[in-house]
Design a protein around this ligand. Structure first.
Ligand SMILES: [Zn+2]
Ligand SMILES: [Zn+2]
Length: 421
């Protein structure tokens, strides 16, 4: 094997696109432009989220700073005929602040893991020039060939390496910060100790004054104080241990969410894979999360072409959602129409009664797709090509081709949401 072959077969180095994406995301949450590195569906969810925040009078800023951890590029990937999606992870400090009418109502700094799903072209494939694609600059529906020659709407010309790699989705995982844990433990113990010590001191002193252990009053008081401190410390320690025990239990529950149904998830994923060999649970996870975000962030979920239901009331106050885990609870396939039911385990920020609350949430979702065609990792509703006339158009809000008026049935091309509860 020659060195040339090795070069061709090497996975692309995605650390630069990753860093670029992180910078662009920070800019976006600082009031800047939509991240050009982000794929069209991700750009759409970011836009919907900003619209929702603005309609509530909120301004959310997220500052991402890389801490000393390494960027992990070598990880997992999944592909179809044309694309390969690689999971690239890194550690960051995320400072999130939320303002309401210029008053800060929320701030948190967290040590997080951020994994980005980065899509690149397979080295041995060349996608066709008429592949539908959105212009990364103005978002207009276009095709690969048109974008290379110059976008019809904004005129921007793109080279292939500017169009790819692009980030399809990103996930944030909270990490345990040992330094912070230690500081919190100290604070907790000091607080409990103070609360326990004061009554114990009083009881100790009063009791020793009456018991008269020694003839000296001062010595009795000293005995009382020492006894009070020891008793207070002992009770405080017992309470502290109980408190930590409960915290560990609730944390264990939090970290094992969704773990009990891993087998059923794998079973149903392989059932779908029998019909669509390019289906993968990683792709499915990206898909259900972006569908959920679109439905929850948009003003009217039912107006979206990918959504056949309304946003449930209990999700109406969600302003930020991150997926922790998911389960596939069931899946029926009839005439190649697949109806799947999934559970999403999420970490969300809710905005209720003027306050931001961080909560763990669980939502069920029914989704549907005609699985007669294999998975297309590059598919986006923002730029589709009409199966009848070949024209490319933005199908996010329309149900028919604007050129030939043929009905465009979304579930024939990608997953759509039929219910959320
Ligand atoms: Zn353009
Ligand atoms: Zn058409």
């Amino acid at each position: 094997m020659s060195i040339m072959d090795l070069k061709v077969n090497n996975p692309p180095d995605l650390s630069e696109p990753y860093k670029e994406f992180v910078r662009q995301m920070s800019d976006w949450y600082d009031g800047g432009e939509l991240p050009e590195r982000a794929g069209q569906d991700l750009r759409f969810t970011l836009e919907l989220q900003r619209q929702k925040l603005h309609s509530l009078g909120l301004d959310m800023k997220c500052e991402l700073k890389k801490n000393n951890g390494k960027i992990d590029v070598g990880g997992l990937s999944f592909g179809d005929r044309i694309f390969i999606n690689t999971i690239v992870g890194g550690n960051m400090d995320l400072t999130r602040s939320i303002d309401c009418n210029h008053d800060q109502i929320y701030e948190s700094t967290e040590d997080i893991g951020l994994s980005a799903i980065i899509q690149s072209l397979k080295t041995d494939t060349q996608p066709s020039a008429d592949m539908a694609l959105s212009c990364p600059h103005c978002g207009a529906p276009s095709t690969l060939g048109e974008l290379e020659g110059g976008c019809k709407f904004c005129g921007t010309k793109f080279l292939m390496n500017e169009l790819y790699p692009k980030v399809m989705n990103f996930f944030i995982y909270g990490k345990n910060d040992r330094e912070k844990d230690r500081a919190k433990n100290k604070r907790d113990f000091a607080r409990i100790f103070a609360v326990c010590c004061v009554p114990m001191l009083i009881i100790g002193v009063i009791a020793n004054l009456f018991i008269d252990q020694t003839p000296s009053k001062i010595l009795n008081i000293i005995y009382g104080i020492t006894g009070g401190i020891f008793a207070g410390a002992y009770i405080a320690f017992m309470i502290f241990v109980f408190k930590k025990l409960f915290e560990v239990f609730s944390l264990m529950g939090k970290h094992s969410r969704g773990g009990a149904h891993t087998m059923s998830t794998l079973f149903y994923a392989s059932k779908i894979k029998k019909y669509d060999p390019e289906f993968s649970s990683e792709y499915f996870r990206d898909k259900i999360m972006s569908l959920f975000k679109m439905a929850v962030y948009s003003k009217g979920a039912e107006e979206l072409a990918c959504c056949r239901c309304q946003c449930p009331d209990k999700a109406a106050d969600i302003i930020e959602a991150q997926l922790f885990n998911f389960n596939i609870n069931g899946c029926s396939i009839k005439d190649r129409v697949c109806d799947a039911e999934v559970t999403l385990f999420l970490d969300c920020l809710h905005y209720t009664n003027g306050k931001i609350k961080s909560k763990t949430d669980k939502f069920r979702m029914s989704i549907r797709k005609h699985i007669k065609n294999p998975t297309e990792l590059g598919f986006s509703f923002a730029a589709v090509s009409c199966p009848s006339c070949g024209g490319s158009f933005d199908a996010r809000h329309v149900k028919a081709c604007p050129y030939c008026n043929t009905e465009y049935l979304h579930e024939e091309h990608d997953w759509v949401v039929t219910d959320i509860w």
